[in-house]
Design a protein around this ligand. Sequence first.
Ligand SMILES: [Fe+2]
Ligand SMILES: [Fe+2]
Length: 226
Amino acid sequence: MTTIPVIDGREIPHEVRLQEILSKLAELAPGASLVLIAPHDPNKLLRKLLIDLPGRLNWGPVEKGPDVWRWQFTGRDAEAARTVSDYLGWDHRRLEELMAAGMAAASAGDWQSASELFAEHRTGLTHHADIEDALLFPAYDGATGNMPNGPTQLMVEEHRGVRNGLADVAAAVKACNMDELTDAHLRLSDLLAEHHAQEEEILFPTMDETIPPEQLSQLIEKLLVA
Ligand SMILES: [Fe+2]
Ligand SMILES: [Fe+2]
């Protein structure tokens, strides 16, 4: 895995911090990434980015406090339509890469790096499942007519399995137990492969086709600053 460049907001003088961060983010080419370290929740910055750099970035957390907040930003083509498939599909790939990097570090016996990477993966994936539960699935139900026992209920149940799987992986990493980690990783990857396929092949395209474009970009903005 290529190392993502880091910008540490804590090291930039306060008077120029916001401007410097904004210009670094504005320079990100489509597909290029940057991790921002902040001494507080960057929510205000994220809201500003929606206005100052509309459609230019995807982002998601790798650490959410209590002392340090770290967010990954990836450049995107501002002309490309904002869709659920585009944003959450990007986040699925980001999280898969983090999990693969964690597994590679553990296989190489580097438990310190494995522990950091799996912690980032757990933070990112928990955040991802939380925003789907709280914002995305209600929007899907609203757009498709609230079926009782519909597909989103199954997705919410699978998220419980995902959270348990993440806890199993974290326990195996904490114990530096490769056999346990291999089993926990396999169970979680199988669950995620099926879950992501359901979302990317059925749920997300249905939303992208059913919800009018204006409402769709408002929904994605809500997901981005949740
Ligand atoms: Fe999900
Ligand atoms: Fe998802």
